[in-house]
Ligand binder design. Structure first.
Ligand SMILES: [Zn+2]
Length: 139
């Protein structure tokens, strides 16, 4: 049985010592927002956040599922032009998903590994598209 890391399982604050760590057990429920979303607090940094905050999808209108499917297809080696045709996104849009995903690499990797059964090697290949992977030489 696979388990998907979701908001409330880890701290989304990049400055926090427990940032992105689903094993840390530092997140507690902290009431609800005015519009009824679950709110959480991190015991390590005391920051509060709601269900959407801290996910790469916080400000995007595109369905999370569509974005993740694009990333999963890319990771499986499907060409961007093919994904663009089948999903109806511009190639630039797909690359922007990828660039944004790279900023939330740990979270995105957890989802791709667990929910889409993408391998670590495939994920590493995914990041090479956007140069996320640290390389020994610099331009
Ligand atoms: Zn924290």
């Amino acid at each position: 049985m696979t388990q998907l890391a979701s908001v409330g399982d880890f701290c989304p604050n990049p400055d926090c010592e427990a940032y992105g760590d689903v094993e840390a057990n530092v997140i507690i429920r902290y009431g609800k927002t005015r519009d009824g979303r679950q709110r959480y607090q991190c015991k390590a940094c005391q920051k509060t956040f709601n269900e959407r905050k801290g996910t790469m999808f916080y400000n995007r209108k595109t369905e999370e599922k569509d974005i993740l499917e694009c990333l999963a297809l890319l990771a499986e080696g499907v060409r961007i032009s093919s994904i663009s045709r089948s999903k109806g996104f511009k190639e630039d849009t797909i690359l922007s998903f990828l660039r944004e995903a790279a900023h939330h690499a740990q979270e995105v990797e957890a989802i791709l590994l667990n929910e889409y059964e993408i391998s670590q090697v495939q994920i590493a290949g995914l990041w090479t598209y956007v140069g996320h992977k640290k390389v020994a030489t610099s331009a």
